[in-house]
Design a protein around this ligand. Structure first.
Ligand SMILES: NC(=O)c1ccc[n+]([C@@H]2O[C@H](COP(=O)([O-])OP(=O)(O)OC[C@H]3O[C@@H](n4cnc5c(N)ncnc54)[C@H](O)[C@@H]3O)[C@@H](O)[C@H]2O)c1
Length: 221
């Protein structure tokens, strides 16, 4: 399962690279081309493709128009994804206004907040009180949510989301929420990620690796 999870992370990168190569006019790619575009080694790419029955041949390469729809089907990118945000503060509002998700077929449908004043202050935006969360999720058949609430509110919001029928959460609160049998959770702790970058930057600058392999900072392989 853990191996398949990593493969999915890599499929996301293959999808981006193949889409770009297609836009540049390529019809066919070899695992070497994809390796150059993604930084993932060719043997790993072939292994991932065979894991998901994505066919092509080592010698003949892969036809982009054949493998791209298959990858997009696996990633559920063949249908638009509607997502909601909980917490309309600094981060939540920035994500609500961000237009970059659309090109990936992700549509931020609405944001919810516990404070009525947030909703009143932002007329024209799809902002709703938490009391409307469950009805909205059921009515629009929403499955995925982004959590941008303070740490102390995270567990309570998680329970509300699961009760409403949410099955996938991207959590930005600096608390590790445990996935459940019915809900996949991706905890993104930006402070930890930044600390990691600061550490590796210092290692590169000073040359003091303390036995840490610098290649390990690439979490994709
Ligand atoms: N802003 C950043 O760049 C950043 C960076 C790293 C991590 N984070 C984390 O992301 C989260 C959000 O950060 P922020 O800067 O947007 O905070 P913020 O205080 O600006 O916004 C939080 C929002 O959540 C709402 N909220 C609180 N309790 C709630 C509940 N029970 N239900 C629904 N809404 C509720 C608040 O009313 C507020 O609008 C925090 O956990 C923070 O630690 C933010």
């Amino acid at each position: 399962m853990a191996e398949k999870k990593k493969s999915i992370t890599r499929l996301i990168l293959y999808n981006k690279a193949l889409t770009r190569l297609k836009q540049l006019g390529f019809h066919k790619v070899f695992s070497d081309n994809l390796a150059d575009a993604t930084g993932i080694n060719p043997a790993q790419i072939r292994k991932d493709f065979s894991l998901f029955n994505i066919s092509g041949s080592k010698k003949g390469g892969y036809i982009i128009d054949e493998i791209l729809p298959r990858i997009q089907e696996i990633l559920s990118k063949d249908k638009p994804q509607e997502v909601i945000i909980i917490g309309a503060g600094n981060l939540g509002m920035a994500l609500l206004r961000y237009r970059g998700f659309e090109k990936e077929g992700i549509h931020i449908k609405a944001a919810f907040d516990i404070l009525q004043e947030k909703i009143v202050k932002n007329p024209g935006l799809p902002l709703y009180p938490m009391s409307e969360l469950e009805t909205f999720v059921k009515q629009h058949n929403i499955k995925v949510a982004i959590m941008a609430v303070p740490e102390h509110a995270a567990q309570g919001v998680l329970d509300q989301l699961i009760n409403a029928g949410i099955v996938g959460i991207l959590n930005f609160a600096p608390v590790r929420l445990r996935p459940t049998k019915t809900c996949y959770i991706n905890n993104v702790n930006l402070e930890n990620e930044l600390e990691k970058v600061i550490y590796f930057a210092r290692v590169l600058e000073t040359g003091q690796t303390n036995g840490v392999d610098l290649e390990e900072n690439d979490s994709c392989e």
